[in-house]
Design a protein around this ligand. Structure first.
Ligand code: GLN
Length: 485
């Protein structure tokens, strides 16, 4: 069931005012954020101002726009005019953008109620929000575990009932992985359908913005609002298809591809849940097609070379001169820039900049960057072939469920490996969603990933919606803006 539609109905029938609704969410934040750390900046004043505007429009019997009056959160790498945007880095603390990211402009024009900016790994580099200068975000499903990352704050804001939906970004899995860890729906659209303008760049050829919600229908509603052509983003294409209309199509005859390589090394609980999910699809008339993906083991090396190379170039702008962190004392300009960057960036960001700079350096370019780009091209070709005979591909979202705080810092390489299932969709620019499909032995949520062909976002959301309907594993029936988690 769509929480957005449900709440809009309550607003339109005047069962609750937008101010009351916003206050309830602000109360939830007040109560829970100290422990969960989903928000790093709560914008209560702005939220109540917008809510007042919405109430006035309702009083004047205006028809609500699809996301109007709905309290939501934005990841802190999305530029918000006049509202601090830090990317959870010391480098950008105190930075107040002078323009809005297109995604925020679109939502703002719909009178979306922004509750605040959410925690993330520094510059979106990480998987548990532990590289954030604001510290870890805990999983509201069970606070012994992390919420995931890098859009961990976005996921925790939704799971903790501190926002109806969260907008995150996904370069290698940062929307889908926290959604999977928290038992939510996380959707990374086709590259180019949602504008990247004003979203602080990590790796521009991989970055995509998308929603984290607790139902597939809400993800479709948000995606339809955000997926339009933006002349300010040179890779923008937009989309004219309304996924919201198409998600309700049946799935009889849908061809679902499965490759064994995605299932190697996953735990027994995840395997069992996914096998059950496959059975649900088969019983509903979908056809399972087995294929091989021998290049899967090359996906992560290609991703880390390409993403770090792009990061080293994108993050070159932070010299602390025009804006950003500036050191207190220095001898000359070289020492100043060196100190600005080594004091302003955290360890993980520095590691990636160094790796990327090395991979792009003369003499090493052919051995690393060029090789990674060739691999990327050949992986794209492989997917093209697969989609000649399949409508969607089904995989685990992550090979593991949420882990405990501290693990990512102790063993970063092992954590990098956990991006194996999500990264292929970024490498090939494909749409992919994570939907909850069960729980492991510790009662932590398991996510199933559905990947589609480019610009077939509607097929991915259709298959996810049908799964949700058949199993009722997401979109938990929602009766009101309850105050407790
Ligand atoms: N966990 C991945 C990484 O650290 C993905 C990050 C992302 O999607 N922003 O690179």
């Amino acid at each position: 069931m769509s929480k957005i539609k449900h709440l809009q109905k309550l607003l339109e029938t005047k069962e609750i005012t937008c101010i009351e609704l916003t206050e309830r969410y602000l109360q939830n934040i007040e109560r829970q954020n100290k422990v969960i750390n989903a928000y790093i900046n709560v914008t209560a004043e702005e939220a109540l101002e917008t809510a007042k505007k919405v109430d006035e429009r309702i009083a004047a019997r205006e028809k609500l726009m699809p996301l109007e009056g709905i309290p939501m959160s934005l990841k802190d790498n999305i530029s918000t005019k006049g509202i601090e945007t830090t990317c959870c880095s010391k480098m950008l603390q105190g930075y107040y953008p002078i323009y809005d990211a297109t995604v925020w402009e679109t939502l703002k024009n719909q009178n979306s109620v922004l509750l605040g900016k959410t925690n993330m790994d520094e510059f979106a580099m990480g998987s548990s929000c532990e590289t954030s200068i604001f510290g870890v975000t805990l999983n509201p499903h069970n606070t012994d575990y992390v919420a995931g990352g890098s859009s961990g704050g976005a996921a925790a804001s939704v799971k903790g009932n501190m926002a109806v939906y969260g907008i995150g970004s996904d370069t290698g899995g940062s929307i889908r992985q926290p959604a999977s860890f928290c038992g939510l729906v996380g959707f990374k659209p086709t590259y180019g359908t949602v504008s990247r303008y004003g979203v602080v760049a990590y790796a521009s050829s991989l970055d995509q913005v998308g929603p984290i919600t607790d139902s597939v229908e809400d993800a479709a509603i948000i995606y339809d609002c955000l997926s339009s052509y933006d002349p300010k983003d040179s890779t923008s294409v937009g989309s004219k298809i309304s996924t919201r209309d198409k998600i309700k199509d049946g799935i009889k005859g849908m061809k679902i591809g499965i490759a064994q390589e995605f299932f190697e090394g996953i735990s027994k609980d995840i395997k069992t849940s996914l096998e059950e999910a496959i059975k649900v699809y088969q019983d509903a008339g979908a056809q399972i097609i087995h294929f091989e993906m021998p290049k899967l083991n090359a996906v992560l090396p290609a991703y880390f070379i390409i993403s770090c190379a792009e990061a080293s170039s994108n993050l070159g702008r932070y010299d602390g001169i025009r804006y950003g962190y500036k050191t207190d004392s220095y001898k000359d300009i070289n020492e100043m820039i060196c100190k600005n960057r080594s004091e302003g960036f955290g360890k993980e960001v520095q590691r990636r900049i160094l790796l990327g700079t090395y991979a792009l350096s003369s003499g090493r370019y052919d051995a690393y960057y060029k090789k990674a780009q060739n691999l990327r091209y050949s992986i794209i070709q492989d997917f093209k072939k697969i989609f000649e005979s399949c409508d969607i591909i089904l995989t685990p979202s992550v090979p593991v469920t949420a882990y405990k705080k501290g693990k990512a810092l102790v063993d970063p390489i092992e954590i990098y490996m956990m991006d194996i299932c999500t990264v292929p969709a970024n490498i090939a620019g494909l749409p992919a969603v994570s939907v909850p499909c069960g729980f492991d032995k510790n009662n932590m949520p398991i996510g199933m990933q559905l990947i589609g062909n480019s610009f077939e976002d509607y097929k991915v959301l259709n298959a996810a919606y049908q799964f949700e309907k058949l199993t009722k594993k997401t979109g938990v029936s929602y009766t009101g803006p309850e105050v407790e988690i």
